[in-house]
Design a protein around this ligand. Structure first.
Ligand code: GDP
Length: 455
């Protein structure tokens, strides 16, 4: 997620970090670099301006420049402003739920209607099924889905198929029925069958046009939705924000779903959305599978952008795929800064379960650097298996104390796992990076010393 932006900000912070004193000009130079990084990430110009102004004003305050480690303070100011730009509160506690405005509001007389709108291909139908599933898993509520897309051939069937896959009820298809009538029938049916939530997947178009808006308004009028969620593709950057703006003017949007956050989005859509449209991002789509959906946590996303990882999300993800006890033990050890090769091995296994390296890069502290090292050595998911074999060839003592690994032991382990000594070295290096980063986070006791991570 947002690799380029992370790298650019990291490089800027490297320069600030560790300097005993900072002059106003140093801050201004750094802000010029941050500005370019944001513009290259396709963040909307007014948002960039506001961001830079806010950070500069706080950072050149006398207290900051006179402080013991001014560089780190400037970095914290940037972090806090990123959180705010994404719609969050920098002072929220670690592990807190998503901010109020990013949560689904379903506390109305059932069925609560969630209306999904967006352009064709944005991921609307997939997101409809993902959210229905999410509501069942996280809120324990029963959702029914109905497709109002009579324009695209097979759109209704597509939703029915997704419903079958995720075991979510869909409204039976009546050929020839028009959107508003389908919405009414769906409401009636959901009410009669006591569904808590009704998900309405509306028609998309290739572009925003009058006919589409008229249809959305008519459906909203008939269904009185509790939530109107706009689905946009994060890969389209500022275009996604412009689409959101046009929709906001016409239908009462309550939030945004950003899809394809697993791809190489530059960050423009995520960082501009809240400020330009005034609407919160409620969910991020992170893959094609129906469980690839995350509630949007501005603070965690900012943490990922700044390369300090997102341990909370990682542990939550782990909790969904491994058993709760394992996850709790892992979280405890990580928060204590303990991280041996057994832990790494558990994580490698979980990485595979959770969708491989791409998915997780950026969630682990230090993982950005580890990822760069992996890219340099052509590392892919197959390598996860090699790494597992390497750790499997070590003794229990070696796993608990990787420092024991001398040349002789490395040779033995390489032979035992069918790999080369250099592979063993790479694994040990990766473990070292990760455990160092985790220890630092713990020592710093939070964001105060964030800057140290960029060393
Ligand atoms: P719609 O036309 O807006 O209803 O779009 P669809 O829901 O049919 O999605 C279009 C394509 O995008 C499908 O192949 C989906 O699997 C894919 N897709 C949707 N959301 C995501 C996401 O968050 N990540 C990735 N990688 N693919 C997605």
């Amino acid at each position: 997620m947002f690799d380029n932006l992370s790298d650019r900000l990291g490089a800027t912070f490297d320069k600030l970090r560790g300097r005993g004193a900072l002059k106003e000009q140093d801050v201004r130079d750094a802000m010029r670099e941050v500005r370019i990084a944001l513009l290259e990430a396709d963040v909307a110009l007014p948002v960039v301006r506001r961001f830079i102004d806010a950070v500069t004003e706080k950072a050149i305050g006398q207290d900051v420049l006179r402080a013991v480690s001014p560089g780190q303070q400037v970095i914290k100011i940037v972090n806090d402003e990123l959180v705010r730009t994404l719609g969050g509160d920098p002072d929220e506690e670690e592990g807190a739920p998503a901010p109020e405005e990013s949560r689904l509001k379903l506390e109305v007389k059932p069925p609560a209607v969630v209306m999904m709108v967006g352009l064709q291909g944005s991921g609307k139908t997939t997101s409809t099924a993902k959210i229905a599933r999410y509501i069942r898993e996280k809120h324990g509520k029963k959702a029914m889905m109905a497709s109002l897309d009579v324009a695209r051939p097979a759109a209704q069937e597509q939703l029915a198929v997704l419903g079958q896959q995720a075991d979510i009820a869909t409204l039976p298809i009546v050929p020839g029925q028009q959107p508003v009538d389908i919405a009414r029938r769906a409401l009636e049916s959901a009410r009669l069958q006591n569904f808590d939530v009704l998900m309405l997947d509306t028609a998309g178009r290739l572009h925003v046009d009058d006919a589409l808006m008229a249809e959305m308004k008519a459906v909203a009028g008939a269904a009185d939705p509790a939530e109107v969620l706009l689905v946009v593709d994060s890969l389209t950057g500022q275009d996604a924000v412009n689409v959101a703006k046009s929709f906001t003017d016409e239908v009462p949007l309550t939030g945004v779903v950003l899809t394809r956050m697993d791809g190489d989005a530059r960050g423009g859509a995520a960082l501009s959305m809240r400020a330009v449209t005034g609407k919160p991002i409620k969910f991020a789509g992170t893959g094609e599978k129906l469980d690839a959906l995350e509630a949007f946590h501005p603070k965690r996303v900012a943490g990922r952008i700044l390369g300090m990882g997102d341990v909370v999300s990682l542990v939550e993800k782990a909790a969904a795929t491994v058993d709760a006890e394992d996850a709790e033990r892992l979280a405890k050890r990580m928060s204590k800064g303990e991280f041996d090769l057994n832990d790494l091995r558990t994580q490698l296994k979980q990485m595979q379960n959770m969708g491989g390296l791409g998915m997780l890069a950026g969630m682990l502290p230090g993982m950005k650097k580890a990822k760069a090292a992996m890219a340099a050595s052509n590392m892919d998911d197959k390598v996860l298996l090699h790494m597992d074999a390497i750790i499997g060839s070590m003794t229990a003592k070696e796993r608990a104390k990787p420092g024991l690994m001398n040349a002789k032991r490395k040779k033995r382990v390489a032979a035992g796992s069918g790999t080369q000594v250099q592979d063993v070295n790479k694994l040990l290096k990766m473990h070292q990076e990760m455990s160092k980063a985790m220890k630092q986070i713990r020592k710093m006791g939070g964001l105060g010393g964030l800057g140290k991570l960029f060393g």
